[in-house]
Design a protein around this ligand. Structure first.
Ligand code: CP
Ligand code: NVA
Length: 322
């Protein structure tokens, strides 16, 4: 398994499936609290969070995840870390002497790659960049698997901006046998390069692009959307509201999907823009299941990245996941 988790594509299909299995196990065991078998797997380890974009879910769930695994979390101020006082590679080489892992939310994907490359021991986790949001896709896949049992052959339609969330969703879906459809206005869809990379890891992968959201949603088992304006694009918000106006997840769009189709959103939602209250508050909406599953999948991710090697070399010989 790779040292870092910068992209869903860093993982094999086996890693991905194992993460979902471990997450399901951790979810079941959570009610045992400090008596859970994993309550001290990060005992004595520190994890740092460096965020230079806002966050509710990712920050809260990673903090809780580290604590529930028995580790300690620190959040050095962004004003003294992400490139403002010293080279990012030097920040990374300092952190490597103190903490086992760093969870980074930033702009360019190259920045998380730079931190990962500057260090040999520090585990780097991508908590969202402009390009990818792999931790979100783990929670999304767990949520869908819980509702469907098996993911294989299910149709999942993402409607809206071909952004970080859409990219990681397409990658994870393609790897796990989901038939992914993406509907975006001309010029806002995922690039050929992203689609080719997503489908390369699974011979039977299916990722299709559409312009017409109604065609893309026809017969879908689930519909997913995200904000039309991502963090960092605020100056484009007005233009985007008009470009995406016919891509709203509303009752008419959901009526094209299979009866009972699930609705997903990574949150935060902009009610009345990309989604209506009726759709996000419907019984078929699983948005808060997704938010909950951020915690379980991030615990699984941390446990796998930080303890797997020690599990096989004897530091925690008594605990096996899965
Ligand atoms: N979905 C998600 O990553 O939420 P936050 O931006 O609040 O962390
Ligand atoms: N695409 C959104 C996701 C927020 C979790 C953004 O990058 O702002």
């Amino acid at each position: 398994m790779q040292k870092d988790f910068l992209s869903i594509l860093d993982w094999t299909i086996t890693d991905l499936e194992r993460c979902l299995d471990v997450a399901a196990q951790l979810k079941r065991e959570r009610m045992q609290g400090r008596n859970a078998p994993t309550a001290s797997v990060l005992d004595g380890q520190h994890v740092a969070m460096l965020f230079d974009k806002p966050s509710l879910r990712t920050r809260a769930t990673f903090e809780i995840a580290v604590r529930e695994l028995g580790g300690e979390i620190i959040e050095p101020h962004a004003d003294s870390t992400l490139d403002k006082r010293e080279a990012l590679s030097d920040v990374a080489r300092n952190l490597e002497r103190w903490v086992a892992a760093v969870i980074i939310r930033t702009y360019a994907q190259e920045r998380v790659v730079e931190v990962a490359r500057a260090t040999t021991r520090l585990h780097v986790i991508n908590a969202l960049t402009d390009a990818e949001h792999p931790c979100q896709a783990l929670a999304d896949m767990l949520t869908l698997r819980e509702h469907w049992g098996s993911l294989v052959g299910r149709i999942l339609t993402f409607v809206g901006d071909g952004n970080n969330v859409a990219t990681s969703l397409a990658q994870a879906g393609a790897m796990l046998g989901v038939r992914v459809r993406l509907a975006s206005p001309e010029g806002y869809g995922l690039s050929d390069r992203v689609i080719d990379a997503a489908t390369a890891c699974q011979p039977s992968a299916s990722v299709e692009r559409f312009i017409d959201p109604h065609k893309a949603v026809a017969g879908a088992d689930a519909v997913y959307t995200d904000s039309w304006t991502s963090m960092g694009q605020e100056s484009e918000a007005g233009r985007r509201r008009s470009v995406f106006s016919s891509y709203q997840a509303n009752t008419a769009l959901m009526a094209k999907a299979k009866p009972g189709a699930l609705f997903l959103h990574c949150l935060p939602a902009h009610r009345g823009e990309e989604v209506t209250d009726e759709v996000i508050d419907a019984p078929t909406s699983v948005v808060f299941d997704q938010a909950e599953n951020r915690l379980h999948t991030e615990k699984a991710l941390l446990a796998m990245l930080l303890t797997d090697q020690s599990l096989t070399t004897g530091a925690h010989p008594s605990h096996q996941f899965g």
